[in-house]
Design a protein around this ligand. Sequence first.
Ligand code: 5AD
Ligand code: SF4
Length: 459
Amino acid sequence: MSKTFYIETFGCQMNAHDSEKVVGTLKQEGYTQVSDEAEAGLILYNTCSIRDKAEQKVFHRLNEYKRMQGEGKKFAVIGCVAQQEGQRIFERAPYVSLVAGSASYRNLPDMLQRLEAGETRITGLDDRQTEETFDTEFTSRSNPHRGYITIIEGCDKFCSYCVVPYTRGKERSRTSASVLAEAQRIAALGYTEIQLLGQNVNSYRDPSGSRTFAELLLAIGEVNGIRRVRFTTSHPRDFTKDIVDAIDAMPALCDHVHLPVQSGSTDVLRAMQREYTRDWYLERIQWTKDAKRDISLTSDIIVGFPGETDRDFEQTITLLEAVGYDAIYGFKYSPRPNTPAIHKHDSIPEEVKVQRLAILNARQREIQRQNYARHLNHTVEVMVEGHNTTRGQVIGRSSQNKTVNFTCDTIPSIGSYIDVNVTQVFPNSLVGEAVSSPLPPSAALLAQQALNARMPALA
Ligand code: 5AD
Ligand code: SF4
C-alpha cells in the first residue's frame, strides 16, 4: 500500500493540469495511482482558494481524512490553499505530512524522498521568490485528445480581489523552445489539439527573447499534426493586436478569445486595480470584431465588488450588450485573505449580489440566444468528444469552443473531426447533422487512448 497514491483535484484548468504533472512525477518516482482512497498509501489534495470559504472546505475534508489515520496513510495538501495557509495546516491537521504550493512542485521528487524517510512536516512554500517553472516530461495526461501545456506560471497583476499572486508566485515564462518541444512531443503521441495555459497566458515573455506570444501561437499552429490551438486566460492589459492578426493568419488557431473584463464600470475597474478602463477594453474587443474570422468572445465577471452601485452594475450590463459574448462566467465577489480588497467593507449585501448575478445571467442568456442563431444552416467543424447513447447523438466541440450535438450515420471515434450542418440552436449549444465522413484520429492517438484506458482517471 505504501507506494500507492490517490489524488483529488479542485479548481481551475491550471490546477487540473498541475495534477497531471504531479501524477506523472509520482509515477516516475515509482508510485501507482489508485482510484479508491481506501487503497492509497498517500492521499494528495490539490486545492483551490479563488473564491468562497475554500480554507474551511479544505479543513473539513481533512477532518474526513483524519478518520482514516490509523491505517498508516500519509496526507499531502498541495495547491493554492497549501501556499496560503502554510504551516497552519500542520497545526490544525497534524496528520498532514506535506504542504506544498504550486511554485515548489519541481522539488517534488526530493519532497517525496523525505516523506518516504519518515519526515512529517515537509513544506514546499514559495513566497514569490521562484523564477523557475515546473517543466516535466512526465505528464500523465488524462484527456486523450486535448493536450494542455503551461507556458507561464504565477501572476504579477495584483487585482485587488484576487489571491493568485500570493498563491502561485511571480509571473515566469518557459522558453518558447521548451514549449515547442513539448508541443512536438504530444503531437507525435497523436494529440491534435493543444491548449496553452497561464493565469495570464498573453503576458508570456520568452526568457530567451526569441518569440512574442503571438509568434509562439503561430509556431505551435505550425507543429505537424496540430489542428487546433487554444489559449487561456488572456488579460486585457497585455492583449495586443498581433494576437488577432495571428488568429486571422493561421486556421489552426481557434477563433475564440477568453478575455475577462470583470466589470463594465471604469470606477469599479479602478477599485479592482485592473489597470484598464471600459473604453480601453472595448477597443481590444473592436480589434477582434474587425478580424476576418468570426472570433468568439467569452468573459469572467464579478458582481457585488465593494462599492459597486446600481449604476456601475448597469454599466456591466450595457457592456455585455456592446460586446455580445458567447459565454460568461459570473461570480459574486468573495473577500479573500491577504488581498487588498479584504480591507474594504464587503458593502454589497448577499441578496443584492444574488440578484445582480441572476440579472446578469438572464441578460447573457438572451444575448446567447441571439448570438448562437448566426450558426443556423451553417457548417461547423466539430471535434468528437463523446457519444450520448440514449439520445443517439454524438457530442463534440467547435473551434469556437461551443458544444455541438449531432447525428451521424456512422459512429465517429473520439478525437475525430467532422463537418456538421447546424439545424437547431440553443443558448448553450448547437444541434445538427454530420455532412462529411469523420476524419479519424491517427493510429498513435488510438494507442494513447488504449494506454489512458489502463490508467485510472484523475479525480
Ligand atoms: N471573488 C469573486 N470572483 C473572483 N475571481 C477571482 N477572485 C475572485 C473573488 N475574490 C474570479 C474572476 C477571475 C475568475 C477566475 O475568478 O472573475 O477571472
Ligand atoms: Fe487574479 Fe488579476 Fe492575476 Fe487574474 S490577473 S490571476 S484576476 S490577480
